[in-house]
Ligand binder design. Structure first.
Ligand SMILES: Nc1ncnc2c1ncn2[C@@H]1O[C@H](COP(=O)(O)OP(=O)(O)OP(=O)(O)O)[C@@H](O)[C@H]1O
Ligand SMILES: [Mg+2]
Length: 498
């Protein structure tokens, strides 16, 4: 009876275990071998019933099964064509706390999740591969769990399947602020300068545009910092309007004199202001043309004193969504996106000191507004309970937007990768390298007259865990997930929750 029971267990293992893994080829192989084994073992059992002692056929099959199991264990280390190809790629942990997880997809109907306190998640997939659908899982999760959320959509679609539609449909009774470059008239007003210190305002204005000359940049920085400091002392509410109103040297001198009269600054401080104006005034005024262009453009209508900033929206437990529009406003989109990122950084430094609840920041199509500030934001977010999920089409897009160093920093600052299809061979190969390699053994056989000669070679080599071709062949909604936070990896079918 024991032998019969054992035989049946082996048959079940043989037929079902490979099916647990993904490749249909070895699943079929497994089932076939399972069938063959069950047939043979039934034969063997018959014989065992008559010959209760040693049975050659029975032990032959037991040995075969043991070889298969050993072969499976060593499959990762041996690069020979195995009898059954078990792919030992999936490493998925059991969820410990479902309330702290976001389901992103499935592996054989088993849910695959990322932890809500993941040390940032980087999503990469060619156009139409399913990035937005994937991000919608984080949006839904944050809405259900009442997490405050910032979303920046760098592509700015507004139709079906767009982030705007997804958020509107999923929001329930959550407060939602939409800063919308695709519909300026209905956009919620935005004031990134609200709650900002002199240094942050300086960062915001300086990072709006590129600076080729360090000399111009540093002089303008100095001037702006002084201006904001005086405006703050004068209890002036900061906005684009106020900053531009007081930007000229004449207005700044007036402001400084007024503060002396009010005894809010000393005469010495006033003469420091005059000195700064003398040294940097002309350069700063020339540079201010950059900011005036934005304030006076169509987009300028979005920036008003009464507007919301990211920190205020998050403190109200709301969702704040930026819909950018790179098609109609390519330059202003980059500016608006960068402003939002600096504003997010400001929010993070305040949240760090004030609250400990989880916050989600979701950045779609980061290449349209990429800047080194984004890396700074990733860095600062970790300790402020903010989880960033950033998506782009390819690594090359990041190189193009901000240089190769920026791409490396994004990879370094995210511990979780979800990679959808990559069309370009170069990008697929880059990802394969990031996913890493395992050590294998390459075995060759020598043939003579179509028969093995018994000669061959074996050498150790490293091979990709996920081959570039696998990354190029992913279908829409399929992804490779790898977490350095939890040491998990799996090929998944992304969940579509709408
Ligand atoms: N997991 C999925 N299950 C079912 N359909 C999906 C899935 N992922 C994506 N799709 C479908 O594929 C199409 C493209 O998806 P999505 O908009 O998410 O791609 P994207 O990578 O964001 O594209 P783009 O770069 O153009 O923004 C949509 O019609 C979407 O419904
Ligand atoms: Mg998309």
């Amino acid at each position: 009876m024991i032998l019969v029971g054992l035989s049946l267990v082996f048959v079940v293992i043989c037929a079902c275990y490979p099916a647990y893994y993904k490749s249909p080829i070895f699943t079929y192989k497994g089932i076939w071998i399972g069938f063959l084994e069950s047939f043979s073992i039934i034969q063997a059992i018959k014989k065992v019933a008559f010959e209760p002692f040693l049975n050659h056929i029975f032990f032959f099959h037991i040995s075969l099964l043991i070889i298969l199991i050993i072969e499976h264990s060593y499959n990762n280390a041996l690069d020979i064509e195995p009898i059954i190809t078990f792919k030992k790629k999936t490493r998925v942990k059991k969820l410990s706390d479902k309330n702290n997880q976001t389901v992103i997809g499935y592996k054989h109907h088993k849910e695959i999740s990322t932890s809500d306190n993941a040390k940032h998640i980087f999503v990469c997939g060619t156009t139409g591969s399913g990035k937005t659908v994937l991000l919608s899982n984080y949006i839904e999760s944050a809405i259900k769990k009442n997490y405050p959320m910032l979303i920046v959509d760098g592509k700015g679609d507004t139709g079906e399947g767009s982030i705007l539609e997804i958020v509107k449909n999923m929001r329930g009774n959550r407060k939602l602020y939409i800063v919308n470059m695709s519909d300026i008239l209905s956009s919620y007003p935005y004031n990134p300068f609200k709650n900002a210190t002199a240094t942050i305002v300086k960062d915001m204005l300086i990072n709006l545009t590129e600076w080729s000359e360090e000399h111009y940049k540093s002089n303008t920085e100095r001037y702006i910092q002084r201006l904001v400091h005086l405006l703050e002392l004068n209890k002036q509410e900061l906005s684009f309007e106020t900053l531009l109103e007081f930007f000229t040297p004449d207005r700044l001198i007036e402001l400084s004199s007024e503060l002396v009269k009010k005894e809010l600054i000393t005469k010495q401080e006033h003469s420091n202001t005059l000195e700064i104006i003398k040294a940097s005034g002309n350069i700063a005024v020339n540079a201010s043309a950059r900011f005036t262009t934005i304030a006076e453009s169509d987009i300028g209508k979005i920036f008003t004193k009464s507007g919301i900033d990211i920190y205020s929206a998050l403190s109200k437990n709301a969702i704040i969504l930026f819909v950018l529009n790179p098609l109609i406003y390519p330059e202003t989109t980059a500016i608006m996106g960068r402003l939002a990122v600096i504003d997010a950084k400001k929010a993070v430094s305040k949240l760090y000191t004030e609250r400990k609840e989880r916050v989600f920041f979701i950045f779609d199509e980061i290449n349209t507004y990429a800047s080194p500030v984004l890396i700074d934001l990733f860095n600062k977010s970790r300790s402020a309970n903010v989880t960033c999920v950033a998506a782009t089409q390819s690594l090359s897009d990041l190189d193009f937007a901000c240089g190769e160093a920026f791409r490396e920093q994004v990879i370094e600052n995210c511990n979780n990768y979800i990679v959808l299809r990559q069309n370009s061979a170069k990008n697929a190969e880059e990802w394969a390298k990031i996913f890493g390699t395992v050590e294998g053994l390459s075995v060759t056989y020598q043939l003579g007259d179509d028969k093995p000669t018994g000669r061959g070679s074996a050498r150790k080599e490293r091979r990709f865990i996920y081959h570039p071709d696998e990354i190029k062949r992913l279908k829409t909604g399929e992804a490779i997930y790898m977490s350095k936070d939890t040491d998990e990896q799996a090929e998944i079918k992304v969940r579509k929750g709408f």
